[in-house]
Design a protein around this ligand. Structure first.
Ligand code: MIC
Ligand code: SF4
Length: 755
């Protein structure tokens, strides 16, 4: 499992000179983000400076991390690239496919059984190509990465949108689709538009109930789900230095919910303590030697408005705990206003389940703070009102908190400890309910709360908060209760109040673990055979997509005009569908089934223009495909928000959708579309969304002269014979236009490797 010390030394050896060169070339002091980005330019890209938000830049990331639900597609693509071994250190983490039902042990063994074929595939592919393999039960990717691989000043990409978690330890860690990971593992440069920079200055110091989670809940309220798009968020100020490394990780993790490319904190004594606490003293020593480069320049932090594109200031002294939701992570309520919001909006006040843990919030500190509240249920004779589950983020944390008695505390108040995995966070939750049609409330310490995400039930109102606030609500069972100020009647009839939570940042006795769950790859993988059963329903080798036909694309039908929020959960639902993540044709049966049809307000019911009948989206599209007719999908703002899953781009590609035309895109999804050879277009005039009618057909014009920066035209043929011609924008650069022409980036890599 050992981290790669040589690689870290190499990064640090060029850090100083790259920083110096960039300062000279830009003529300015540098933010931390710029230092790391300039250090990770490819040799070819290192001679230049770049304009934020404009220039595409080639980077050479230090490592790649993949979780099981996205690794399957990433590695199926990598297998086609024709390389004997990965070019950079890479790992696979088995965390998404474990369903929470009864409790850790039973659920884990059921998962191993049910997913055997997929785990065997991932283990053997990893073995063959030199990839470290973290077995099911080892923990959630982001927690395991923070504990083992993240290092200050590094750059990593990961096939999961919460990869930025490693920013808590000063790494530029970016979520991508599998095709991007495939490029980096194949030794190719990784391209990203040079991000804009948002500075968040933290002043003061948190106390009492306020925790790191509340910083990001507040930031999400300010910036909204699309406010961070195209930007890296850099946190600084004396308040930043008062936060634990894992608390910083929580903030960076949930930065995905504002659409940020990533978020980052500088290296400080808290980072050092965490590195030493997780047995990486060598890295701490190396980092100390270059520490002036592992933070932004003093001039930048003294006058942030001169160097960042946007600056936000948050005073931790006055920051209140927050609860965000329901249905979107940016609906932010300070706890003092939450009860009123619940009442005014008619959200169910009774809390049915509280869930803590996940990749966002399962550090030793989180667990101890939540346990300090749980403990009061016993000492104050309070009966726990709601159900309670705990998902530890890694075996290291789980083993340690069990040793230190905290899991016992949760169990003592009726909590159920689940496997070290994503579980309920991604709908891998066999929630038992007597009546699924009842409007109901749950609260989690996770990061996302889109409709249906945790339990597939549209009537569930999910709220997000810190683990300690969740625990307090579980005991109270009522969302109009304010844990900071209100009292409750205990079993003896007395009025009692909660004491403030207390936490311990790092275990006093140190972390411990018996089996962390790591498997190193074979030194020589050439003999290892990767088996995919051709009859498998879960794994399918990929066929290359066909190249562009070389002409404008005409006569496209409207598959669906999606209304309102259309996240990757709407486009390619998780939960029960996770099992098909390695089988493109089978998973395509979930394509857009969660999107709301603008014309009838229904999910998965669209008009089939060939028959005039209404039917499910995937079946309708399969009809078009069979008839050799292409289609387009129309959408609203921030289309593809949420996950990195490239299935949301590959499914439409596989089923013959030619273009996605929306008001705006979320970053990862837009790139995923481009990588797979799809057209991702935006309305030049967002009002043109209203011109799209159900029976329209479309021509995409200008493709023979497809050029960076030059808009295309879409001719809309309405049913009665009228036409509208609208302008649509795109962000394809020259390279990405080549991907489109070749039918996908992988077709180009394959051709290059074959040379
Ligand atoms: C998520 O939190 O939505 C997921 C599940 O971790 C996804 C990845 C996936 O869909 O496999 C993500 O965040 O990228
Ligand atoms: Fe897993 Fe949830 Fe974290 Fe995604 S957000 S990696 S599903 S725990």
């Amino acid at each position: 499992m050992a981290f790669d010390l040589d690689m870290i030394k190499q990064v640090y050896s060029r850090l100083g000179s790259r920083v110096e060169a960039a300062r000279k070339a830009t003529g300015k002091p540098l933010t931390l983000t710029e230092k790391i980005l300039y250090t990770h330019l490819t040799e070819g890209a290192a001679q230049h400076t770049y304009t934020r938000g404009v220039d595409y830049v080639d980077f050479a990331p230090d490592r790649v991390a993949m979780q099981d639900a996205t690794a399957q597609m990433a590695l199926l693509q990598f297998m086609q690239a024709g390389r004997p071994k990965v070019a950079v250190p890479s790992t696979v983490h088995c965390d998404h496919l474990i369903q929470a039902k009864i409790g850790a042990d039973t659920d884990l063994s059921t998962a191993k059984d049910q997913n055997k074929e997929v785990y065997d595939f991932l283990a053997s592919v990893s073995d063959k190509y030199g990839i470290g393999f973290w077995k099911p039960g080892a923990g959630i990717i982001h927690q395991v990465v923070l504990e083992n691989y993240a290092f200050p000043g590094g750059m990593m990409i990961g096939t999961d949108s919460h990869t930025p978690n490693a920013g808590g330890l000063g790494m530029v860690a970016i979520g991508v689709g599998g095709a991007d990971a495939c490029d980096v593992m194949a030794g190719l440069p990784w391209e990203l538009k040079f991000p804009k920079l948002i500075g968040v200055k933290l002043t003061g110091k948190m106390s009492g109930w306020t925790s790191a989670k509340d910083v990001i809940l507040k930031v999400a309220g300010i910036l909204t789900v699309k406010g961070g798009t195209g930007a890296i968020v850099e946190y600084f100020g004396d308040g930043a230095q008062s936060l634990s490394a894992t608390g910083k990780g929580t903030i960076c993790n949930m930065g995905a919910e504002i659409g940020a490319t990533t978020s980052i904190f500088g290296y400080d004594t808290k980072s050092e303590a965490y590195l030493r606490g997780t047995e990486r003293a060598e890295i701490a020593d190396l980092a100390n030697a270059v520490k002036e480069h592992l933070t932004g320049d003093a001039e930048v932090y003294a006058n942030p408005e001169l160097y960042f594109d946007q600056v936000i200031e948050i005073d931790l002294d006055t920051l209140e705990p927050h609860v965000n939701g329901p249905f979107t992570p940016d609906l932010a309520w300070p706890i003092s206003k939450f009860a009123q919001a619940v009442k005014e909006n008619g959200w169910p006040t009774k809390l049915e389940v509280g869930l803590i843990g996940s990749c966002t919030n399962s550090s030793y500190e989180d667990i101890t703070r939540a346990a300090s509240i749980a403990h009061q249920a016993v000492t104050k004779n309070l009966k726990t009102a709601a159900e309670f589950t705990i998902t530890p983020g890694s075996e290291l944390v789980r083993y340690t908190v069990e040793r230190d008695g905290y899991l016992g505390t949760f169990e003592g108040m009726g909590g159920v400890v689940l496997a070290n995995a994503c579980g309920p966070c991604i709908g891998q939750w066999a929630r038992h309910t007597d009546d699924p049609t009842r409007k109901n409330s749950i609260i989690t310490s996770f990061n996302r709360n889109f409709a249906k995400r945790q339990d597939g039930n549209p009537n569930t109102h999910a709220f997000v908060a810190s683990p300690e606030i969740v625990t307090a609500f579980v005991i109270a069972g009522d969302l109009t209760f304010n844990p900071l100020t209100d009292s409750m009647t205990n079993e003896k009839g007395e009025q009692v109040k909660f004491d403030e939570p207390m936490g311990i940042e790092l275990p006093v006795k140190g972390f411990a673990v018996e089996d962390a769950g790591y498997q190193a790859p074979a030194l020589d993988g050439s003999k290892v055979e990767v088996k995919v059963d051709p009859k498998s329903s879960r794994l399918q080798l990929l066929d290359p997509f066909t190249a562009w036909e070389g002409t404008d694309i005409k006569g496209l039908k409207l598959l669906i005009k999606a209304k309102g929020k259309c996240t990757t959960d709407h486009i390619s639902m998780a939960g029960p569908w996770l099992k098909f993540r390695g089988h493109l044709d089978n998973i395509s049966n979930n394509m857009l089934i969660g999107a709301i049809n603008y014309f009838n307000d229904k999910a998965d019911t669209v008009k089939n223009e060939l028959t005039g009948e209404y039917g499910p989206v995937p079946a309708t599209q399969r009809d078009y495909k069979a008839a050799g007719i292409g289609s387009i999908v129309v959408g609203d703002e921030n289309y593809g928000e949420g996950s990195s899953r490239e299935h949301a781009a590959m499914e439409p590609r596989h089923l013959g959708v030619r273009a996605i035309l929306v008001k705006s895109f979320a970053r990862i999804h837009e790139t995923n579309l481009k990588k797979q050879g799809m057209l991702g277009l935006t309305f030049a005039n967002p009002e043109d969304y209203n011109k799209i009618l159900e029976d329209d057909t479309f021509d995409i014009v200008g493709l023979t002269d497809f050029t960076p920066g030059k808009p295309l035209q879409v001719v809309i043929h309405h049913k009665g014979g009228l036409t509208d011609t609208i302008t649509v924008n795109h962000t394809y650069n020259a390279q990405q236009i080549e991907w489109f022409k070749a039918g996908g980036a992988l077709n180009i890599i394959r051709a290059q490797m074959a040379k």
